[in-house]
Ligand binder design. Structure first.
Ligand code: NAD
Ligand code: DAU
Length: 348
């Protein structure tokens, strides 16, 4: 009966992954290891907290002793590693935190798996969840493939690129059975409102300015978070050791078009005049080193493992907007305290 350790399970993507594994694999024990930083919230998992195959361990991946303790007690057969500092803007104001968690934390975790498994790695797997941002920025044309040269340009993406290199190094040097994926921008319920979509939904609701960076022509490839969880599930069970799989939604949006679409959806849901919320759009100072365009070629994952995204963008954006309107208490709780300070510093 396998035990799977998921790090960062109290965060946005991690909570969807934990929920999926707890429901789909009742024969597995799912251990959620999370330090509960500002981005981690056990409320995201209220519906599974009493499931018989679920355990929560509060631990920090920067602390090797804490990891050794959890690994010795649970003896995981698989690790799916999502814990990270994940917000580009925060990496610009505090890069070192990203080195500590994303680079050192990942190496600590690789060491913990190696120490536990030794040379007997049959049936074992270390899955590292990474980002398309390691590939840098695209022009108007082209896509990131698994062969695209790494070219990280923010402290966040540099730290994720470094962690990817360490994971591959442990495969080549120590035969650790690793697999990696690099995914595009996710959206959906439980997304922390420092990121574009939930921040815009919150501000539209509150009739506050909608801060669009630069000229608003930056492009992202948006993926429904539950489709990311299903891709991770597929790769964890069917992917080949030492391989990397790109995950994407084939769903490119310029930021300004996306924000306008969110305005229109929210106007409809809130019974406001059509066009009312678009008046809140405010162009603000650009993000330093802002990557122009991300777009993923996910054909390897589709052709080799048969994965595809399940829902269309407009449907996903409507679902997301509805969720944020129906979960006001969650939104209020996660935006009290530290968030207010962050918001004042970031947006003035
Ligand atoms: P998130 O910020 O919502 O959650 C991160 C989680 O990690 C939180 O629960 C936090 O408490 C935990 N954590 C942070 N530092 C920790 C530490 N030192 N020890 C233990 N736990 C710690 O992030 P997310 O958006 O869910 O992203 C999860 C992973 O997926 C990250 O590795 C990120 O790089 C990657 N990713 C995210 C996206 C995206 O669009 N959000 C896309 C591709 C890849
Ligand atoms: O591509 C995957 C990455 O996507 C993940 O690895 C990161 O963890 C995740 O945060 C995300 O990074 P981005 O920087 O693309 O996401 P963010 O939501 O911060 O910004 C999306 C776009 O919107 C980007 O072009 C910047 C812009 N933006 C963002 C914010 C917060 C604005 O115009 N205004 C804003 O207030």
């Amino acid at each position: 009966m396998p035990t799977i350790l998921i790090t960062g399970g109290a965060g946005f993507i991690g909570s969807h992954l934990v929920r999926r594994f707890v429901h789909h694999y009742p024969e597995y024990t799912i251990v959620n290891l999370d330090a509960l930083t500002y981005a981690g919230n056990l409320e995201n998992l209220r519906d599974v907290e009493h499931a018989p195959n679920y355990r929560f361990e509060r631990a920090d991946i920067r602390d090797p002793q804490a990891l050794a303790d959890v690994f010795n007690r649970f003896k995981p057969d698989g690790v799916i590693h999502l814990a990270a500092e994940s917000h580009v803007d925060r990496s610009i104001s505090n890069p070192i935190a990203f080195v500590e968690t994303n680079v050192l934390g990942t190496v600590n975790l690789l060491n913990a798996a190696r120490n536990l498994w030794g040379d007997d790695t049959s049936g074992k797997r270390f899955y590292h969840v990474s980002t398309d941002e390691v590939y840098g920025s695209l022009g108007e044309e082209g896509y990131f493939t698994e062969e695209t040269r790494y070219d990280p340009r923010s402290p966040y993406s540099a730290s994720k690129a470094a962690s990817d290199h360490f994971v591959r190094a442990y495969f080549h040097t120590f035969n650790l059975p690793v697999v990696l994926s690099n995914c595009s921008n996710n959206y959906g319920p439980y997304h922390f409102p420092e990121k574009l979509i939930p921040l815009m939904l919150k501000n539209i609701r509150d009739e506050k300015p909608l801060p669009v960076y630069g000229d608003g022509q930056y492009t992202r490839d948006w993926l429904w978070v539950k489709d990311h969880a299903s891709a991770i599930d597929t790769i964890f069970h069917k992917g080949r050791n030492g391989e990397t799989y790109n995950i994407g939604g084939n769903n490119e949006w310029k930021n300004i078009d996306l924000v306008e679409t969110l305005c229109d959806i929210m106007d409809e849901f809130l019974g406001r005049e059509p066009g009312a919320s678009r008046k809140l759009i405010t162009f603000v100072k650009d993000r330093p080193g802002h990557d122009r365009r991300y777009a993923i070629d996910a054909s390897k994952l589709k052709n080799e493992l048969g994965w595809q995204p399940s829902i269309h963008a407009e449907e996903g954006f409507r679902e997301t907007a509805k969720w944020y309107l129906e979960n006001e208490e969650w939104l209020l709780r996660v935006t009290s305290g530290e968030y207010q300070l962050y918001y004042a510093q970031q947006y003035g």
